[in-house]
Design a protein around this ligand. Structure first.
Ligand SMILES: CN1CCCC[C@@H]1Cn1ccc2ccc(-c3n[nH]c(N)c3C#N)cc21
Length: 240
């Protein structure tokens, strides 16, 4: 997979070259290009924004600069263009799984009040464009959202995670939140690891973990339970 990111703050994306993602890049599993939007300005001030038509607070990012940048970065190769915005469709684990099958992702990081809408409209004729949000809160720009989305996608690529089973057993992968996890010591500050996890009874351990996941999901994210397909819960689950 090739990932390109266009931003006025390239340094914000430096964490993508650290740790797991950095190793994936070094292993050739991912190619990453980070591009400074101001490289496509032509004025001495390197202006990327202007006042909003219709008035209102703040500034809007200029379509001309974005058009030159995305024409250059996208080139003729097909790619999914992703534009983070609080007004976008929710980015979910299902989105990450779908995008993990893409050959190319290009992320356009907005700032100020956002990017002139005509940029999204113009590129919608050239390929898939997704306006997505990572959650119901307001950030200052798209860069942090790109860090989140790139990590969620790249970790799903074959060869990136040491233990591929992990990705299958994630929270959300089976529609439920993950239950609690424990490691040594068996007793810590008067708190003990649940006996079942030390029993060696794998069926009992699996049942206990499923029950804790159901319990946590019901308590914290009942919406996820409601969204499960009818056959997702077996008789033992329903008994819980
Ligand atoms: C605050 N300021 C005026 C109101 C509109 C947004 C703007 C800031 N801003 C500019 C570009 C940009 C991109 C993404 C996000 C963003 N916020 N929350 C999310 N879940 C996001 C995503 N994904 C915020 C952005």
């Amino acid at each position: 997979m090739r990932i390109d990111v266009v931003t006025i703050f390239p340094g914000y994306l430096a964490p993508l070259r650290e740790a797991l993602l950095g190793r994936a890049i070094e292993a050739g599993l991912v190619e990453l290009g980070v591009h400074d939007l101001r490289d496509w300005t032509h004025d001495v001030h390197q202006a990327v924004d202007d006042s909003p038509y219709g008035g209102g607070p703040g500034m809007v990012m200029r379509p001309q600069v974005w058009g030159e940048a995305l024409d250059a970065v996208l080139g003729e190769e097909p790619a999914r263009l992703v534009v983070p915005t609080p007004a976008g469709r929710p980015f979910t684990q299902a989105t990450a799984q779908a995008w993990a099958a893409e050959e190319r992702l290009v992320f356009a990081c907005g700032r100020y009040e956002g990017i002139d809408q005509r940029v999204v409209d113009a590129y919608a004729d050239r390929g898939p464009v997704d306006e997505v949000s990572i959650g119901d809160y307001v950030l200052v720009g798209g860069e942090v959202a790109v860090l989140v989305m790139v990590e969620a996608v790249v970790r799903l690529l074959p060869g990136v995670l040491g233990n591929p089973v992990s990705a299958q057993e994630d929270s959300f992968s089976d529609g439920l939140l993950e239950g609690p996890a424990y490691t040594r010591p068996v007793s810590w500050r008067g708190l003990d690891v649940p006996d079942v996890l030390r029993s060696g009874n794998h069926a009992a351990i699996a049942r206990w973990r499923r029950d804790r996941a159901l319990e946590r999901t019901a308590a914290r994210r009942p919406d996820l339970l409601d969204a499960l397909p009818p056959d997702a819960l077996d008789r033992a689950d329903r008994a819980f």
